[in-house]
Design a protein around this ligand. Sequence first.
Ligand code: GLU
Length: 313
Amino acid sequence: MSGHLPTTDAPAYRGRFAPSPTGDLHAGSLLAAFGSWLLARRHGGEWLVRIEDLDPPREVPGAAQRQLDALTAFGFVSDLPVVRQSQRHGLYEAALQRLLDQDKAFVCHCSRSDLAAAGGVHRRCVAHGPRAGHAAPQAAVRLRVADGAAVEFDDALLGRQRQDVAREVGDFVLRRADGHWAYQLAVVVDDAEQRITDVVRGADLLDSTPRQILLQRALDLPTPRYAHLPLLLDAHGRKLSKSEAAHPLNPADPLPALRAAWAALGQTPDTLVAVETVTQLLRAARDSFNPAQIPQAAPGLAAMHNDPDPNAV
Ligand code: GLU
């Protein structure tokens, strides 16, 4: 007996795919699943699935299980048990409390219309108490973003990114006025708690990354590496998830969608022409995957920073 405590080595590479169960798996999310899986396997790493079911108003009943079943049909199975955010409220509560105790977060009664004059960017409270006549169960909680707070990071696919979070986003929401956790808080807590080393996801989330890095710093958590994949666009240039009906995925016939995702990742279609099963396809894909061929997402951060905060009160 050495008397040493068992050491738990941090994984060298651990990626994840984190769908929200707001509908069935579509071609855009398959691209993110496949891309994150390929990069994990390329690095000899682990790949986890996390269900981000923190927004009951937007959740579609049964969608989480259908997404997991579809992922399995496409050959993607989490290396560790699937985590569901709806069962992790205690972790988010503890993180929020730490921020409140350290005065890094504050309770806020401002409504969307209160902030309209400032373009939705919160820099100081303009509402001083609960709104009269409103049955809002609680106030929102926001992260205090210091004047001039800017974040720079190197995206593995898009290169150097920079966002002035104070000016472009402002004090952002951690817990919504309706009591639900904001995506930004939950994702940061979970990526750290699950010891994710590499976040690989669609470029629609690129403009959330600086907020997540600021939050990691406020909570003294490590910052993972980031890579944002190109988005699938439909014939009208719209993000595919908005028009997914045009591209339904058929888990009973997985090869065509996997081949399409492979091509969208800039990989050579010939590699997968002769394969006949999902297992063969994923093996061939893993063996010939070349990350240098992934096309860059069209809009960089500068073009995206004015998107409204999806978690705004
Ligand atoms: N749950 C988010 C979504 O489905 C993705 C979160 C992430 O990958 O960070 O859009």
